[in-house]
Design a protein around this ligand. Structure first.
Ligand code: HEC
Length: 157
């Protein structure tokens, strides 16, 4: 009970002493936590802000979270529920070695241009009826564009 009263009384005491004295502003301390080896946040943000292509790729990398449950994109990475997507832009559909594709995708005759990828990611089953990619579609055109830019950027590096 005593504690409770003090807790209530103290702030009002402070309020009284502060009244009219115009105290100097408290120093504000900012602690930036980052992983060892990671680029300092400010520098990374600044360079991305100055480079629209880098911004798009960064957005695409974030949006690739929609795909990462099933797809890897790094060179030589194992396929998951979906095939590895390294270097997919410009290749024929259904060609990743060792992946078990649907007959529908194998027979689609698609070459994965950015525009074909855009259609497939927007709605796989509309683009390729019978495809076994049953999730991961992205409705927003800008996000699709970013994901495609990201996939291309991985292969370009
Ligand atoms: C639920 C798992 C899943 C998710 C999530 C998913 N995919 Fe797929 N994806 C697949 C499967 C399975 C296939 C193979 C489809 C087939 O054989 O019909 C595939 C095929 C593909 C292909 C054709 C590859 C080739 O070798 O021809 C592309 C391109 C692709 N996915 C891109 C994406 C992108 C980009 C995303 C995220 C926006 C995504 N996928 C999300 C499962 C997924």
């Amino acid at each position: 009970m005593l504690k409770l009263i003090r807790a209530v009384a103290l702030p009002s005491l402070f309020a009284l002493t502060a009244c009219g004295t115009d105290p100097a502003p408290e120093p504000v301390e900012q602690i930036i936590v980052r992983e060892p080896g990671a680029a300092p946040a400010a520098t990374a943000a600044a360079s991305v802000a100055n480079d629209p292509a880098a911004t798009l790729i960064a957005e695409g990398k974030a949006a690739f979270a929609n795909c990462a449950a099933c797809h890897t994109v790094e060179k030589g990475a194992a396929s998951g529920a979906g095939p590895n997507l390294f270097g997919i832009v410009g290749t024929k559909a259904g060609q990743v070695a060792g992946f078990s594709y649907s007959d529908a995708l194998k027979a689609s005759g698609i070459t994965w241009t950015a525009s074909e990828l855009n259609g497939y990611i927007a709605n796989p089953a509309t683009k390729v009826p019978g495809t076994t990619m049953i999730a991961g579609a992205i409705a927003e055109p800008a996000k699709r564009q970013a994901v495609i830019a990201y996939i291309e950027s991985v292969a370009a590096n």
